[in-house]
Structure formats: C-alpha cells, structure tokens
Write a protein that binds this ligand. Sequence first.
Ligand code: MN
Length: 291
Amino acid sequence: MDTTFRRIFQVIDGNKKAVGDGFEVTSPMPGPRIRQLSPFLLIDHIGPMTIAPSDQPLGSPPHPHRGFETVTVMYQGVLAHRDTAGHQGNIGPGDVQWMTAGAGLMHEELYEKEFTRQGGTLEVVQLWVNMPKKDKLAPPNYQDIRSAAIKTLPTPDGKGTIRVIAGSYEGTSGPATTFSPLTMLDVHLAQGGEVTLSLPAAYNVGLYIVKGDVLINGNRPATTKQLVVLGWDSPNTQITATEDSVILVLAGEPIEEPLATYGPFVMNTNQELVQAIADFESGAMGKFEDN
Ligand code: MN
C-alpha cells in the first residue's frame, strides 16, 4: 500500500451568513480563499440551531436555480421541500435530497410543519454540485434518498462508520446518481477512531468537518465548520478523531470548464447567465400557484 498522504493545501474557516428568513448558515465556500472545489461549488452549514415551537414554518421561500444540483444532507430536524417540477417531500435525519436544477426550476425549503409545531434542533449541510456544460439544461430531477438506502461500512478499527452517499468506496456504491464522477461520504468517528481514506489521486478532495476535532495526516488539526482542502499527490488521507467527529468527504473529478455564476444560476458564460435571468423573469422556470 502507498504510505504517502495527500498534501494539505488549506484549512478554511466558514463565514456566517443568513439565508432566506430562517436559516443561520456558516459557509467556507465559495469565499475569499476558495471559489470552488470542482465539481463542488458551495457548502452551506445550517445550524445547529434551535427552532422555537411555532405555527409558522420559516426557511428559504421560493427561489430559482439553473445549471447545477443542490444536495441536502440532513443531520437534525426535518425540512419540507417542494419545487415547480412537481417534486415534494419531507427529509429528516440521515436522509439526503439530491435535486437536479438543470434547465431550471423554482423551489422552496422550509422547516416541516409538525417539526415546527414541536420545535427542536435543526442541522443541515447543503452542497451545490456543478453539472458539465453538456448537461446543464437537463430536465430537473429529484432523488429522495432515505437514510436506510445509504450503505454503511465500518472503519477497520471498529471505531467509526462510513456512509456512502454517492460514487463508490471500497466496492460499495452509493444510491445517488451523478453527472460527473464523484464520491460523497458521511464519516462518523468516535473519539480515538482513525481511518485512512483512499480516493482516486486525480480527484479534488475536501473534508468538511461537520462536528468534532480531528487531526489530518497525523499532524494538522481541523475543527467544527472548517474545510480541509487536499492535494492530488497521493490517494490517501488519514483522519484521526480527537473527539467524536462527523466529516463530510467531498471528492470528485474536476470539471475543467469555464464558470460563470450569478446568485442561484451557475453557467459557463455571461451570456448564458443573461439568458437564465430572462427565462426566470418570464416565468419559464415555473411558478407556484399559491405565490
Ligand atoms: Mn435553493
């Protein structure tokens, strides 16, 4: 076995921001230190935040997307989703929603009604995943991935688990289908647990620390809400948990195409952005009957 480790490029703190009317978000990307980790464009960590009991669910009211996928990984609480392509559903702890915006849609992401009535803790990581140029105008799609559909592997030392959301890891495939080759893993390590992840050397790899304290490659500390960006010189990355930790592993083949972004639209050229705005304003991305 190759005993070298990937070089560590950067350990990036998140910036706080508000999203919609109900989400307290910390986001390490995009930001001044990293624009993208292709094919991954954005990491928004909602909470953990306390939702007081209420009859009025908050969240992110209707807004459009075009040209990429939103991936919502649930840790605590329940969200309700609906979009103008006709998809809707509730997602709770352990579930993943993989939504393809493609040619464009409007969607709404709110606290689920009954969860709002009772109140509780909400914690969610939402990722934006780019689509290759040839697929950007694909029809919208919705993969509603239940926790039970995500296979879980034990780590070799027995002190952790690896949930394979997308791509494959050591022969186990995740349920999500993707437009470009990528691997997404939800790694849970108990204090003292250690794992060496082997991922294709040519992949971009980021470790987002959802919770805990870890040492990367035996010497570089990283903590809650930091993004560790790794290099391409080796397949291997070692993670040692110095306390109970959750790490979202984002690995993928870079999409080597120009990036043009404007708010909720991610295209390849400015002209395509102008078209996206025009299509949104003309109602071509759909509308909800009740808004
Ligand atoms: Mn959205």
